[in-house]
Design a protein around this ligand. Structure first.
Ligand SMILES: [Fe+2]
Length: 234
Protein backbone atom coordinates (compact mmCIF):
# COMPACT_ATOMS: atom_id res chain seq x y z
CA UNK A 1 0.00 0.00 0.00
CA UNK A 2 1.24 3.48 -0.86
CA UNK A 3 -0.04 6.15 1.50
CA UNK A 4 1.57 9.54 1.10
CA UNK A 5 0.53 12.45 3.31
CA UNK A 6 1.74 15.72 1.79
CA UNK A 7 1.62 19.14 3.41
CA UNK A 8 1.12 22.66 2.04
CA UNK A 9 2.89 25.13 4.37
CA UNK A 10 0.94 28.14 3.16
CA UNK A 11 -2.55 26.85 3.96
CA UNK A 12 -1.59 23.99 6.33
CA UNK A 13 -3.44 21.62 4.02
CA UNK A 14 -2.91 17.86 3.96
CA UNK A 15 -3.11 16.11 0.62
CA UNK A 16 -3.25 12.32 0.39
CA UNK A 17 -1.89 10.16 -2.40
CA UNK A 18 -3.09 6.58 -2.25
CA UNK A 19 -2.43 3.45 -4.27
CA UNK A 20 -2.33 -0.29 -3.64
CA UNK A 21 1.25 -0.45 -4.96
CA UNK A 22 3.88 0.55 -7.50
CA UNK A 23 2.71 0.44 -11.08
CA UNK A 24 -0.96 0.55 -10.11
CA UNK A 25 -3.81 3.06 -10.13
CA UNK A 26 -3.70 6.01 -7.74
CA UNK A 27 -6.04 8.47 -6.11
CA UNK A 28 -5.37 11.95 -4.69
CA UNK A 29 -7.49 13.66 -2.04
CA UNK A 30 -7.48 17.46 -1.62
CA UNK A 31 -4.60 18.49 -3.92
CA UNK A 32 -3.21 22.04 -3.75
CA UNK A 33 -2.65 23.51 -7.21
CA UNK A 34 0.83 24.92 -6.52
CA UNK A 35 2.12 21.39 -5.79
CA UNK A 36 0.91 19.80 -9.02
CA UNK A 37 4.45 19.27 -10.28
CA UNK A 38 5.40 17.46 -7.08
CA UNK A 39 2.37 15.15 -7.35
CA UNK A 40 3.16 14.36 -10.97
CA UNK A 41 6.76 13.56 -10.03
CA UNK A 42 5.71 11.18 -7.24
CA UNK A 43 3.27 9.48 -9.60
CA UNK A 44 6.02 9.10 -12.18
CA UNK A 45 8.64 7.88 -9.70
CA UNK A 46 6.29 5.20 -8.41
CA UNK A 47 4.98 4.38 -11.88
CA UNK A 48 1.42 5.19 -10.77
CA UNK A 49 -1.51 6.04 -12.95
CA UNK A 50 -3.68 8.76 -11.40
CA UNK A 51 -7.28 7.80 -12.12
CA UNK A 52 -9.27 9.75 -9.55
CA UNK A 53 -8.96 13.01 -7.66
CA UNK A 54 -11.28 14.01 -4.83
CA UNK A 55 -11.98 17.33 -3.15
CA UNK A 56 -13.65 16.77 0.22
CA UNK A 57 -15.40 20.15 -0.20
CA UNK A 58 -14.99 23.56 -1.89
CA UNK A 59 -11.94 24.97 -0.16
CA UNK A 60 -11.78 28.61 0.90
CA UNK A 61 -8.12 28.84 1.88
CA UNK A 62 -6.28 27.45 -1.15
CA UNK A 63 -6.84 26.74 -4.81
CA UNK A 64 -7.52 23.09 -5.51
CA UNK A 65 -5.35 21.12 -7.92
CA UNK A 66 -8.31 19.02 -9.02
CA UNK A 67 -8.80 20.62 -12.42
CA UNK A 68 -5.10 20.91 -13.27
CA UNK A 69 -4.53 17.24 -12.42
CA UNK A 70 -7.44 16.33 -14.65
CA UNK A 71 -5.88 18.34 -17.47
CA UNK A 72 -2.49 16.68 -17.04
CA UNK A 73 -3.55 13.09 -16.37
CA UNK A 74 -7.19 12.81 -17.54
CA UNK A 75 -8.11 11.57 -14.05
CA UNK A 76 -11.75 11.66 -12.96
CA UNK A 77 -12.77 14.55 -10.70
CA UNK A 78 -14.91 13.53 -7.74
CA UNK A 79 -16.96 15.67 -5.34
CA UNK A 80 -20.23 15.50 -3.43
CA UNK A 81 -23.45 15.71 -5.41
CA UNK A 82 -24.30 19.19 -4.12
CA UNK A 83 -20.88 20.72 -4.81
CA UNK A 84 -21.06 24.05 -6.60
CA UNK A 85 -17.95 23.23 -8.60
CA UNK A 86 -18.48 23.29 -12.35
CA UNK A 87 -15.66 20.82 -12.97
CA UNK A 88 -16.80 17.55 -11.42
CA UNK A 89 -17.09 14.26 -13.34
CA UNK A 90 -18.52 12.02 -10.62
CA UNK A 91 -20.88 13.48 -8.03
CA UNK A 92 -21.17 11.15 -5.07
CA UNK A 93 -24.00 10.73 -2.59
CA UNK A 94 -23.86 9.24 0.89
CA UNK A 95 -22.62 5.67 1.33
CA UNK A 96 -21.27 5.18 -2.19
CA UNK A 97 -18.11 3.34 -3.18
CA UNK A 98 -15.20 5.06 -4.91
CA UNK A 99 -12.87 2.47 -6.41
CA UNK A 100 -9.43 2.35 -7.90
CA UNK A 101 -7.41 -0.82 -8.48
CA UNK A 102 -7.45 -2.82 -5.17
CA UNK A 103 -8.62 0.17 -3.11
CA UNK A 104 -12.14 1.10 -2.10
CA UNK A 105 -13.40 4.17 -0.27
CA UNK A 106 -16.89 4.67 1.15
CA UNK A 107 -18.46 8.12 1.14
CA UNK A 108 -19.96 9.61 4.30
CA UNK A 109 -21.99 12.77 3.83
CA UNK A 110 -20.81 15.10 6.61
CA UNK A 111 -22.19 18.62 6.00
CA UNK A 112 -21.61 21.43 8.46
CA UNK A 113 -18.30 23.07 7.54
CA UNK A 114 -19.82 23.48 4.09
CA UNK A 115 -22.98 22.04 2.64
CA UNK A 116 -20.95 19.90 0.23
CA UNK A 117 -18.52 18.38 2.77
CA UNK A 118 -17.94 14.64 2.47
CA UNK A 119 -15.72 12.29 4.45
CA UNK A 120 -14.20 9.14 2.97
CA UNK A 121 -13.63 5.89 4.84
CA UNK A 122 -10.86 3.54 3.72
CA UNK A 123 -9.97 0.40 5.71
CA UNK A 124 -9.80 1.85 9.22
CA UNK A 125 -8.81 5.33 8.08
CA UNK A 126 -11.22 8.21 7.61
CA UNK A 127 -10.47 11.35 5.62
CA UNK A 128 -12.58 13.93 7.39
CA UNK A 129 -11.91 17.04 5.27
CA UNK A 130 -12.61 20.03 7.52
CA UNK A 131 -15.57 18.42 9.28
CA UNK A 132 -13.53 16.94 12.12
CA UNK A 133 -10.03 18.26 12.75
CA UNK A 134 -7.51 17.18 15.38
CA UNK A 135 -8.58 18.95 18.58
CA UNK A 136 -10.98 21.08 16.56
CA UNK A 137 -13.56 21.18 13.79
CA UNK A 138 -13.95 23.27 10.65
CA UNK A 139 -15.65 26.64 10.99
CA UNK A 140 -19.33 26.73 10.05
CA UNK A 141 -19.91 30.41 9.39
CA UNK A 142 -19.76 30.53 5.57
CA UNK A 143 -20.35 28.50 2.38
CA UNK A 144 -23.65 27.05 3.57
CA UNK A 145 -22.08 26.01 6.85
CA UNK A 146 -24.24 24.92 9.76
CA UNK A 147 -23.11 24.16 13.29
CA UNK A 148 -26.17 21.93 13.81
CA UNK A 149 -25.41 19.90 10.68
CA UNK A 150 -21.80 19.62 11.79
CA UNK A 151 -22.85 18.36 15.22
CA UNK A 152 -24.97 15.71 13.51
CA UNK A 153 -22.16 14.80 11.10
CA UNK A 154 -19.62 14.46 13.89
CA UNK A 155 -21.72 12.87 16.61
CA UNK A 156 -24.16 11.00 14.38
CA UNK A 157 -21.72 9.69 11.78
CA UNK A 158 -17.98 10.07 12.43
CA UNK A 159 -17.94 9.27 16.15
CA UNK A 160 -20.00 6.15 15.40
CA UNK A 161 -17.00 4.68 13.59
CA UNK A 162 -14.88 2.22 15.60
CA UNK A 163 -12.72 3.91 18.26
CA UNK A 164 -9.45 2.82 16.66
CA UNK A 165 -10.31 4.38 13.27
CA UNK A 166 -7.52 6.74 12.24
CA UNK A 167 -8.54 10.31 11.40
CA UNK A 168 -6.75 12.09 8.57
CA UNK A 169 -8.00 15.70 8.31
CA UNK A 170 -7.61 18.22 5.48
CA UNK A 171 -5.69 20.59 7.76
CA UNK A 172 -3.65 20.76 10.89
CA UNK A 173 -2.13 23.93 12.22
CA UNK A 174 -0.11 22.34 15.04
CA UNK A 175 2.03 19.75 13.27
CA UNK A 176 -0.22 16.78 14.09
CA UNK A 177 -0.62 14.29 11.28
CA UNK A 178 -3.45 12.05 12.42
CA UNK A 179 -5.61 11.13 15.35
CA UNK A 180 -8.17 8.48 16.27
CA UNK A 181 -11.89 8.57 16.87
CA UNK A 182 -11.22 7.60 20.49
CA UNK A 183 -8.73 10.44 21.04
CA UNK A 184 -11.07 13.01 19.56
CA UNK A 185 -14.02 11.73 21.59
CA UNK A 186 -11.98 12.07 24.76
CA UNK A 187 -9.79 15.10 24.10
CA UNK A 188 -11.22 17.36 21.39
CA UNK A 189 -12.43 20.41 23.38
CA UNK A 190 -15.29 21.07 20.93
CA UNK A 191 -16.68 17.60 21.48
CA UNK A 192 -16.94 17.77 25.25
CA UNK A 193 -20.55 18.97 25.01
CA UNK A 194 -23.77 17.42 26.20
CA UNK A 195 -26.18 18.77 23.58
CA UNK A 196 -26.31 20.12 20.00
CA UNK A 197 -27.13 23.57 21.40
CA UNK A 198 -23.96 23.60 23.46
CA UNK A 199 -21.93 22.76 20.35
CA UNK A 200 -23.73 25.43 18.30
CA UNK A 201 -23.00 27.97 21.02
CA UNK A 202 -19.26 27.23 20.79
CA UNK A 203 -19.24 27.42 16.98
CA UNK A 204 -21.25 30.66 16.88
CA UNK A 205 -18.77 32.38 19.16
CA UNK A 206 -15.46 31.60 17.47
CA UNK A 207 -15.11 35.15 16.08
CA UNK A 208 -12.77 34.17 13.26
CA UNK A 209 -11.60 36.43 10.46
CA UNK A 210 -12.17 35.23 6.91
CA UNK A 211 -9.37 33.19 5.30
CA UNK A 212 -6.95 35.44 3.39
CA UNK A 213 -7.50 33.53 0.17
CA UNK A 214 -11.26 33.23 0.46
CA UNK A 215 -12.32 35.79 -2.16
CA UNK A 216 -9.96 34.23 -4.67
CA UNK A 217 -10.14 30.57 -3.70
CA UNK A 218 -13.89 30.00 -3.53
CA UNK A 219 -14.71 31.31 -7.03
CA UNK A 220 -11.55 29.66 -8.42
CA UNK A 221 -12.52 26.31 -6.96
CA UNK A 222 -16.07 26.57 -8.27
CA UNK A 223 -14.80 27.33 -11.75
CA UNK A 224 -11.81 24.95 -11.67
CA UNK A 225 -8.67 26.99 -12.21
CA UNK A 226 -5.64 25.82 -14.18
CA UNK A 227 -2.10 26.36 -12.92
CA UNK A 228 -1.29 29.07 -15.47
CA UNK A 229 -4.32 31.06 -14.29
CA UNK A 230 -3.40 31.10 -10.60
CA UNK A 231 -3.22 34.69 -9.38
CA UNK A 232 -0.21 35.79 -7.42
CA UNK A 233 -1.76 36.19 -3.99
CA UNK A 234 0.20 36.87 -0.84
FE1 LIG B 1 -12.45 24.07 4.30
Amino acid sequence: MIFNQLFDDKSSTYTYLISSGKGREALIIDPVIEHTKKYIKILKDLDLRLVKVIDTHIHADHISGLNELNKQTACTRVMGENSESEVVDIRVADNEKIKIENVELTTIYTPGHTECSYSYLMYGKVFTGDTLLINGSGRTDFQGGSARDQYNSIFGRLLKLPDKTLIYPAHDYNGKKFSTIEDEKNNNPRLQVSSPDEYIEIMNNLTLTNPKMMDVAVPANKKGLFLKEVPNVE
